[in-house]
Design a protein. Structure first.
Length: 119
């Protein structure tokens, strides 16, 4: 299972401010998005919500009702890829923690998600 507190801290750290943090975010945003990062952003483009679910049965990310990976029997490597993508989106400053297991797109996250989704 993934420690939700460390994920929250990662998102908060990326958005903590200061010139050094802003420069890191800018550099990360210049990198090409992975397929998994694009999928997560596009899925959340309308409402901007993510639910990070980590139970005994497994871990997955729900973006506006769509699960990543899509099935409980997903290859663990695919699950790892989506978790990594989610973390990278936090590091880019596209996702912020709301409460509990709920995360939301930031203004920059909405902008990128809607650009990708052509909304």
């Amino acid at each position: 299972m993934i420690d939700i507190a460390s994920l929250v801290a990662l998102c908060q750290l990326a958005l903590a401010g200061g010139n050094k943090a802003k420069k890191k975010i800018e550099m990360r945003r210049k990198r090409k998005l992975s397929d998994a990062e694009r999928e997560l952003l596009i899925a959340a483009a309308s409402e901007g919500t993510f639910l990070f679910i980590s139970l005994d049965q497994g871990t997955w990310i729900r973006a506006e009702g769509q699960d990543f990976p899509a099935t409980e029997d997903a290859d663990p490597a695919l699950t790892a890829a989506y978790i990594k993508a989610f973390k990278h989106l936090c590091e880019r400053g596209y996702i912020e923690h709301d409460s509990g297991m709920l995360f939301r797109l930031t203004v920059a996250g909405f902008k990128e998600a809607r650009r990708l989704a052509h909304l």
